[in-house]
Structures are given as structure tokens and as C-alpha cells.
Design a protein around this ligand. Structure first.
Ligand code: ATP
Length: 228
């Protein structure tokens, strides 16, 4: 059984159609890079998977279950852990309170997250809003992991972060991949993204236009759909 299956997904903002035909599948343990230029529908696709924006057509199945009519908290409970664009930590809670807010029993405990991101242990009593951008991203990832998700979704994993901090985030993504964590990831730095991806799904104007292994992503495809 596939972990995630999207079939001909459509979505709208009001009357304006953002997704026309998003179709792809993810197996357990895969790292899939969701790609495409700005405004092509990556964030919208992620929002429909979590049902933060209802899909108006097509089907979305997670671990074999139709999730299109489930409220976002139920999708999360089924095992979809989202790290949204812009991180969205609870600003006025401490680092530790942020991590514990969504915790569910499993491999990811406070101690395990502290091992992955030692700075979160050092800053455990600080309010989230006092963290740097990189630390907030680590906190957002840690918080998603604390739900022990079957699928981790990272939207703009390293956007706006200093190069050194980016390397920490990529190191964490590689470590997660190595232990078999399924990850759907969006990021603009293709040089970092492609080496960790098992497969790429490329969107163009709300449609999946290309799918395949990173090695098969030829220069013409990159130029045509990614503007590289
Ligand atoms: P980016 O990298 O810029 O975030 P993206 O691939 O994630 O791009 P989306 O944010 O999913 O793209 O946007 C897809 C389309 O939906 C775009 O045409 C965008 O203008 C439109 N859109 C996104 N958010 C909204 C919104 N809240 N209201 C109306 N239209 C929106």
C-alpha cells in the first residue's frame, strides 16, 4: 500500500483555481521533492493534503484512507506532520512547551529531539519568539517529529536561513531519511534538495508535469519547469 496517493487533485481559492491535476504517489520511507517555480502550487498541494484547504476534485489517500473529508487535526492524528512555510511556532510558549504541545508516544521524545537539535535543549526554557530563524525552524521540525508522524512534510525547509544553519537543517533531513522517515519536501536550493530526494514531482500551473528520479531530471526539464 502506498503511504500517500494524490489522484487528479483540484483546489481553488475562491473562484480562482490553483490546482488542476496533481497526481503522484509516495511509498513508505521515500523522500519526495515537490518542485516547481513560484506560484505553481507546491504550498497549495501541501495544504490540501492536510485539508487546510479542501480539495474540490480528485482523491487524496493517506495510508489507504480517504482523508479528503477529515478535518486537519484528524489528518495530523493519522500521521501527517507538517512544518509549514514560515515555521509558525507558538511564539509565547517556551521551546519545551512547543515540543510537548503536540507530543504523542513513539520514537520521538523530548530527549530524541534534543539529540537531533542540541540547541533546543540549551534553549528549552526560552520563549520561542526569542529564537533565531534557524532555531525556530529546528523547533518547528522538532514539534512535527514529536507527533511521531508517518509522513513529515517540510514546506520551504531552509528558506531565509543563513548558510551555516541551512547545513544543520540538511544534516537533520539526511539523518531522518537514513532512519527511514518518509518526507515530502519543498525547497528552492536544488543543489541540496536533489541529493536527498529519492524522487522528484514537478508542478507547473497546478499540474504534475514531470516525475522521476533526481538523476533523470535533465537540463531541458530543469530549464522548462524550474527555470534553472
Ligand atoms: P511559492 O514558492 O511562491 O510559495 P507555490 O508553488 O507554493 O509557490 P502556491 O503558493 O501553492 O505556489 O500558489 C499556487 C497558486 O495559488 C498561485 O497562483 C497563487 O497566486 C495562488 N494562491 C496562493 N495562495 C492564495 C490565496 N491565499 N488566495 C488566492 N490565491 C492564492
Amino acid at each position: 500500500m502506498m503511504l500517500l496517493e494524490l489522484d487528479r487533485v483540484q483546489a481553488f481559492y475562491g473562484r480562482s483555481q490553483a490546482l488542476f491535476d496533481v497526481t503522484f504517489q509516495m511509498a513508505k520511507g521515500e523522500v519526495v521533492a515537490l518542485m516547481g517555480r513560484n506560484g505553481m502550487g507546491k504550498t497549495t498541494t501541501i495544504r490540501t493534503i492536510c485539508n487546510l484547504l479542501p480539495a474540490q476534485g480528485g482523491t487524496i489517500r493517506f495510508a489507504g484512507q480517504d482523508v479528503r473529508r477529515l478535518p486537519p487535526y484528524r489528518v495530523a492524528r493519522l500521521g501527517v506532520g507538517l512544518v509549514p512555510e514560515g515555521r509558525r511556532c507558538f511564539a509565547n510558549l517556551t521551546v519545551e512547551e512547543n515540543l510537548l504541545a503536540t507530543a504523542r508516544a513513539g520514537r520521538w521524545t523530548l530527549a530524541a529531539v534534543h539529540t537531533l537539535f542540541p540547541c533546543l535543549a540549551e534553549r528549552r526554557s526560552q520563549l520561542a519568539r526569542t529564537l533565531s530563524g534557524g532555531e525556530q525552524q529546528m523547533l518547528a521540525i522538532g514539534r512535527a517529529l514529536m507527533t511521531n508522524p508517518r509522513l513529515l512534510i517540510l514546506d520551504e525547509a531552509t528558506e531565509g536561513l543563513a548558510p551555516v544553519v541551512r547545513q544543520d537543517i540538511w544534516a537533520a533531513v539526511r539523518a531522518l531519511k537514513e532512519e527511514g522517515q518518509s518526507i515530502l519536501i519543498v525547497d528552492k536550493t536544488l543543489g541540496e534538495l536533489l541529493p536527498v530526494a529519492d524522487r522528484c514531482v514537478v508542478l507547473e500551473k497546478g499540474q504534475t508535469m514531470w516525475q522521476g528520479k533526481p538523476a533523470a531530471l535533465d537540463p531541458q526539464t530543469q530549464e522548462r519547469f524550474l527555470g534553472v
